[in-house]
Design a binder for this molecule. Structure first.
Ligand code: PLP
Length: 446
């Protein structure tokens, strides 16, 4: 009898007792290759002694002191590091460290509101975001997200948000559009929507530079993020980049915006920042937003108890050190290509794999009933969760989700293995996944 409120009350999950590189081991001795880092979290695998030593050493000194009273060396060093490494254009900004991606999104939204109030534009109250996106599970972050299925039960509690079309080429491009033309159309649609609602009432546009959990790693068309940045600048709207999943090296650059030659006014990162050793997220704020606060009230109005947590910041610093010292950004790029090649070989001609997409070690396959029409399977078949369960039987962790086609239907499986995986481990992922996919399809047809 368990007293943990598990996600599935009828089927409690196996108990994990040990982590070893890219592998987790359960109480029965079964080994799982963690090909999704849980949810794109465990970028260094599960046993990096440098990170655990850094956390332990900080805890020996002091674990926590409230940020309303004190600062601490790991928080100062981490903020400096995150700001200095941020894409050009961020300037001499600042970073605040909080406990989770959702908390970071809430802080980013409130800071956007504060920015406009500090500048004397109280009419800027609206947030615009994208259909199909995911920005966290607290009520504010959930409202910003555009995934119909995840929002539905809480809809009466959610603030009103303007959602514009998802930047998801495979699903939403017209037949005669290439990727760049699709990106330009999305920008034009956004501009038209802004004109409708009055751009002077909009506080921020929130995007995932590379989509994540809900759409399965769609990458932006070339130039698209720069175009968005330019559009936001022109209308005095802040651009918030949610890099909770795609940032911190996951796509082969420390920040995903960097690869696009773009930058945001506010960027949030989490997951890979703590790599699972500590729960931590960060809000990286550009110089221009900091200046408005500094020259206005001079106060950050939003606060959380665990801001600048010393042990968590020490862990994140050690993660960033490991990424740098071990040359892991380059490794993500080469391993990412290796994984892409394996997925193309296994699924490129598969009758039920409609799309293989992603960047770096952030890859997805989308499963369809019909490759020509892109028709998804009936959501009630629960194909994606079934693949997850069968992959576990194959000793593989992958991250499936439903709704990438229309918010309810559309099955994809996301892969986000540790940056530290050996070539042999990368090569292990695809055959195990292929067996799980084929078993799930056989069951669905039965
Ligand atoms: N933003 C994105 C893009 C995410 O993928 C997630 C979590 O999956 C979040 C925000 C929320 O992060 P957390 O679950 O740490 O609150």
């Amino acid at each position: 009898m368990t007293h943990v409120f598990h996600r599935d009350l009828r089927a409690p999950p196996p108990e994990i007792v040990h982590g070893e590189g890219a592998w987790l081991v359960d109480a029965r001795g079964r080994r799982y290759l963690d090909a999704c880092g849980g949810a794109a979290v465990s970028c260094l695998g599960h046993s990096d002694a440098r990170v655990t030593a850094a956390v332990a050493a900080q805890m020996d000194r002091v674990s926590f002191s409230h940020s309303g009273f004190f600062t601490n060396a790991p928080a100062e060093a981490l903020a400096r590091r995150l700001v200095e490494a941020a894409p050009a254009g961020t300037g001499a900004g600042r970073a605040m460290m909080v406990g989770s991606g959702s908390e970071a999104m809430e802080a980013a939204l409130k800071l956007a509101r504060q920015y406009h109030l500090e500048r004397g534009e109280p009419e800027r109250t609206r947030i615009v975001a994208r259909e199909g996106s995911y920005h966290g599970n607290t009520l504010g972050a959930l409202a910003v997200g555009g995934h119909a299925g995840r929002r539905a039960p809480y809809d009466p509690l959610l603030m009103q948000i303007g959602h514009v079309g998802a930047c998801h080429f495979y699903r939403f491009a017209h037949a005669d559009e290439d990727s760049e033309a699709f990106g330009r159309r999305r920008v034009a649609e956004l501009e038209a929507r802004l004109a409708e609602i009055d751009p002077d009432t909009v506080a921020a546009l929130v995007i995932e530079p590379v989509g994540g959990a809900t759409l399965g790693t769609p990458t932006p068309p070339a130039g698209h993020l720069r175009d968005l940045q330019e559009l936001c600048d022109r209308h005095g709207i802040l651009l918030i980049a949610d890099e909770v999943m795609c940032g911190m090296g996951r796509c082969g650059t420390l920040y995903a915006m960097e690869a696009e030659g773009a930058h945001a006014d506010i960027t949030i990162v989490a997951k890979g920042l703590g790599a699972g050793y500590q729960p931590i997220a960060a809000v990286i704020v550009s110089e221009r937003v900091v200046d408005a606060v500094e020259q206005g009230s001079g106060q950050l109005w939003n606060g959380h108890t665990y801001m600048s947590h010393a042990a968590a910041c020490a862990g994140a610093l050690a993660v960033l050190d490991a990424i740098e010292v071990d040359g892991l950004l380059a490794r993500v790029q080469t391993s990412g290509e290796r994984l892409r090649g394996a997925l193309e070989t296994a699924f490129g001609n598969h009758p039920h794999i409609g799309d293989i997409r992603g960047r770096g070690l952030f890859r997805s396959i989308e499963i369809v009933a019909d490759r020509t029409t892109k028709a998804p399977f009936d959501a009630k078949l629960g194909l994606a969760p079934r693949i997850k369960a069968l992959a576990l039987e194959e000793g593989l962790m992958c991250y499936p989700a439903q709704g990438c086609a229309d918010g309810t239907a559309g099955d994809h499986v996301l892969l986000a293995p540790p940056y530290t995986c050996s070539d042999a481990e990368i090569d292990e992922i695809t055959p195990r996944l292929a067996r799980a996919v084929d078993r799930a399809l056989t069951e669905a047809r039965a």
